[in-house]
Design a protein around this ligand. Sequence first.
Ligand code: DGT
Ligand code: CA
Ligand code: CA
Ligand code: ZN
Length: 569
Amino acid sequence: MPTQNAEIAAMFDQTADLLELRGENPFRVRAYRRAARTVDGLSQSVPTMLEQGFDLAELPGIGKDLAGKIADIVTTGHFRLLDTLKTKVPGQVGDMAALPGLGPKRLKLIYDKLKVRTLDDLRRAAGQGRLAELPGFGPATVGKLLEALDKPATARRFKLSLAEAEADSLLTYLQEQGTRVIVAGSFRRRRDTVGDLDVLASGRNGARMADKFLRYENVAKVLVHGSARAAVVLRSGLQVDLRVVPPESYGSALLYFTGSKAHNIALRSLALRRGWKLNEYGLFAGTRRIAGTTEEEIYERLGLAFIPPELREDRGEIAIARTGKLPRLVALSDIRGDLHVHSSWTDGTADIETMARAASALGHEYIALTDHSRRIAMVHGLNSARLAQQAAQIDRLNDKLGGITILKGIEVDILKDGSLDLPDKTLAKLDIVVASVHSSFDLSRQAQTDRMIRAMRNRNVSILGHPTGRLIGEREPCDLDMDRILAAAGELGCHVELNAEPDRLDINDSQAHAAREAGVKVAISTDAHSINALKCMRFGIDQARRGWLGPADVINTRPLDELRRLLER
Ligand code: DGT
Ligand code: CA
Ligand code: CA
Ligand code: ZN
């Protein structure tokens, strides 16, 4: 798995700590701290940016030298300078510098006063209350430290997109004539992150299948090796469980291992109430198997409509499946266009025509070009004048291109006070305005919520972009009162985005469900900065389905003329 922004930033911070501890050139120390902040504040993941050909040397505080080092870290997972520095400080002081709250000053303090040399020394000192006696070690600092010291490496969850890349190549390797192999678990339910992969195979020779699995080239460590079961850790750190079941139990095993656990338990008690037994081997009346080959026949026997895996979370789906009134969930084939797309006018990698042709090839009838507004100077955000030039180019392209319409739009920055980064008269000329927060993520809940509602009150705003600002595994969602935001959106006729970028998936599944309940319509948009990223729409569809959204809940399932009416406020 490529190294992510937060890890790169942490390596630079740690490097700065160690350089400072050794009394090295303060300019060099500051350069690493600044680079850490820049990397941490990016809205896209560095590996993705590199893949898309973005030159990191263009970022503030990152010159050619640091850009090269970052690329190195992404490919190797290591920062050589940091590794060297760690060997030059005594004991495990180098590793301690990675812990939260332990900068050079505090490190020196515990080294000198408490004679702490190793992580174990540190745990002991904290446990015995000796840390708390030092100046600058308040309860919050010590608490955070202890938490970080206790955190097992296995607690980590993997983004769905990364898990999918791993799953695809593993399945290609395992697939053979006469067997079925599928990934069940949270992966099949399309959760935004997965703890591990649960691979299910049907076949008579489980031992041979398990052996083949263990010989997979990406296996780093074998955890379990049984006759019809195996578990491994891949080189990326992702754990994979394999079970091989006979064909007559395939459906019941698939149902069981798809989960969720809560859904399984609810189904099992439904079976019990009829005097039956449901487990991974089948549905049984006494000792007689009455279903098990397919999931469909099990649901049918239980008197339920088939429940799509995305809904199996025990959030009311079973009761509704009994009435046969489950919603028809939105599918990728329902999507007619993409309403958040960037071009090389700002930080995209392709020009407008290339993006439009690629979208057309994906079957889209329209795209909205929504480059950044001027505040984001780092990416040459558009002011009114450049936006007018862009509009002229879009007019020419719309005359020239057939089959796809390019809508004129902007991703306008929501400023700290909730005002927008461009004047109303500029925004009023556009077909679509996506308003997004890219700064001040740490406002209080009240202030952040008020800020976004103020932005939505501007009648030029069509869609609230990536509402929570989260970057999965890297940046927490900002503190928001989502109920209040959705209520305001509903009242104001503003739509909310479900950003399909695999690092974002923002809003998330349960927020999408809340939007539906509040009568707010959702735009599923890729936020693509490259032609490849246009294909990420399906990750947004996954989360929309998990949020129970149907085609009518999603504005970009509409033909263009209907969409235009929906964008009017
Ligand atoms: P994850 O891996 O944390 O993202 O989540 P899952 O849902 O993939 O959970 P996992 O890998 O622990 O187990 C896979 C499935 O196996 C789970 O969704 C349901 C089933 N399962 C696991 N443990 C139990 C259990 O104790 N009872 C029942 N009924 N099902 C279970
Ligand atoms: Ca799992
Ligand atoms: Ca598992
Ligand atoms: Zn954005």
